[in-house]
Ligand binder design. Sequence first.
Ligand SMILES: Cc1ncc(COP(=O)(O)O)c(C=O)c1O
Length: 424
Amino acid sequence: MRYSDSGLGIWALGFANPKAPIPTRPGHPDSTYRVISYPTVKLTSRARFSTVCLHAGQEPDPATGAIITPIYQTSTYVQDGLGKHKGYEYGRTHNPTRAAVERNIAAIEGGKAGFAFASGMAAIGAIATLLKSGDHVVVSDNTYGGTFRLFDKVLTRYQLSFTYVDTGNLAETERAFTKSTRMLFVETPSNPIMRLTDLRAAADLAHRHDARLVVDNTFASPYVQRPIEFGADIVTHSTTKYLNGHSDSVGGIVISEREDDNEWFTFVQNAEGAILSPFDSWLVLRGTKTLPIRMQQHNANGMALAEFLSTHPKVKKVYYPGLPTHPQYELAKKQMRGFGGMLAFDLGSLDAARRVLNGVKLHSLAESLGGVETLISHPATMTHASVPAERRAALGITDGMVRISAGIEDIEDLKEDLSQALAL
Ligand SMILES: Cc1ncc(COP(=O)(O)O)c(C=O)c1O
């Protein structure tokens, strides 16, 4: 697939002006205190993906030269005089650590601007504020359960309507559009069935109907796919997952292309106030530095586990886009770089699933995904418990289905652990 790193230019460089004077403390008694200039990492417009992940949006701290962006744990900023400040007035509105992670992830996704929120759901909630009463949204049918809950239980109270379709089927998706449709909201691969949506075709379809294509890219990560390259207008992530990668932060981000949307998100992030904290911003910024090497291992382990499970006699079916038996394998090769660390498999019954889920020792039984540790879960009673049973059945989320978020452990240890649990 084309995996261009072009177009990252100005966003990769960041906004902060490297020529801005270094703050000094005139008259400070420490004689070694002097004005010094710090080298600034400058990315060219050709900077490759790993380099962008490591450096984009950050520069040595102007006060000290600290290579790592500090945690600006402050609620307010002292002003030089009435109406004279350094661009920072109040912590909800501006924070340098948050600004750095927003620039960093915008560059990683190849988008124009990023907006960091307190959780993935807060990010999706902010995207929904682009809609007005009477608007309609077409949504991938097996979208994350929490997204379905927000749309179905909260936003329908505000005269917004949602139609859930298999966005892997373009004709069916187009039939769901009405003259009020303003957004096509897609997850690819979808959770936990690993159904894909053709991103280029989805963008064309949305734009033909004067709607935005929004992609929840949490499952894939921007290492595996960058939807803006295929025409998406907005990308969102639960940064809780691969972007942070270490299972120690909850957060969300919106990356957006259109100038009018960027202005709105700047406004709404401050107006609603569900911002990512300075400490969580710092954690995510640390996480994105290793995103490429982590994802290589997640991809490798995901593939190896999918192959291992697909030959196991107790496993009825494996869901993984990297298997040639996956119905959209060709599309996966076209729009993904590797096939990710997420996979699901069906053991035929709740009892069989329970034996494996209770029998694993190295796999941790937990919700969430995208961390360095391998997690195992039961979609029907965990991540998708908020989806009504009939809907789960229609989507193919059976009681015997088990989902794995492959971590970065040694693959032989993971296979041994699954083998012993499957033998129980
Ligand atoms: C695909 C997807 N989108 C959004 C979310 C919501 O993110 P958060 O839990 O950070 O609010 C999740 C959480 O699991 C998810 O899997």
